[in-house]
Design a protein around this ligand. Structure first.
Ligand SMILES: C[S@@+](CC[C@H](N)C(=O)[O-])C[C@H]1O[C@@H](n2cnc3c(N)ncnc32)[C@H](O)[C@@H]1O
Length: 208
């Protein structure tokens, strides 16, 4: 088990379906691999850049059920992989990685994403690929809030507010704190931009 795993990666690891075969895009430091190895059958850790790939190879070399691959996105997704993780990237990159290989998702039971931007886009586009949100968790790390989203195969309709702010997220223990933070952040932006869209977002988040 990784000693220095971040809270964010720990939450992701805890959401991964047990006994699954995981394909982790952008595995980088290999912390997630170390954390989940004992609960999954197999983990394929993927990097598309040589530097991070070499670090990944070193950090996972003692994990017997971990395979490392230097390739792009879902290029080498196998028929036996049933869970995809794409974490620590912008939302539009995550959506591109998943959409480019949408024909390969038939055997996938779960997709876990942690997008650092454009999260509503991720909710919308991953749902279009035939998955629904089964759990969202807010994670606070170093004064930043992250939204970890687990999708399972199937379909659900969402309201605009659920797409914008998340599903069931108001029940998250960190939601009130996040809301205060987000209102203050948006007020700061509004004071400079005077953009009405910002005020509307503030009103929507206040109403939750
Ligand atoms: C910021 S790191 C995130 C690492 C880890 N997943 C996390 O959440 O802490 C993003 C990694 O994704 C890799 N990456 C970006 N696009 C990729 C792609 N299309 N295929 C494979 N890896 C990719 C980058 O090289 C980088 O190492």
């Amino acid at each position: 088990m990784a000693n220095n795993i971040s809270k964010r990666l720990q939450i992701i690891g805890d959401l991964v379906l047990p006994n699954s075969s995981v394909y982790d895009v952008g595995a980088d430091h290999g912390q997630l691999e170390q954390y989940i190895a004992s609960k999954v059958n197999k983990v394929v850790a993927v990097e598309n850049k040589k530097g991070p790939f070499e670090i990944l190879q070193k950090s996972t070399k003692n994990i017997l059920n971990c395979e490392t691959l230097l390739c792009n996105g879902l290029e080498k997704l196998c028929i036996d992989n049933d869970v995809i993780v794409v974490a620590g990237m912008g939302g539009s990159l995550i959506v591109d990685i998943l959409s480019q290989s949408k024909d390969k998702l038939q055997n996938i039971k779960q997709i876990i994403v942690d997008a650092h931007r454009d999260i509503p886009l991720v909710r919308t586009e991953v749902s279009k690929l035939g998955f629904y949100i089964n759990k969202e968790v807010i994670v606070k790390e170093k004064d930043r809030y992250y939204f970890v989203i687990s999708f399972l195969k199937g379909h659900k309709n969402y309201s605009d507010v659920e797409i914008e702010f998340g599903l069931g997220i108001i029940n998250d223990p960190l939601f009130n704190e996040y809301r205060e933070y987000e209102i203050n952040r948006l007020m700061g932006i509004y004071s400079k931009s005077k953009d009405d869209d910002i005020i509307h977002r503030i009103e929507r988040i206040k109403s939750l």
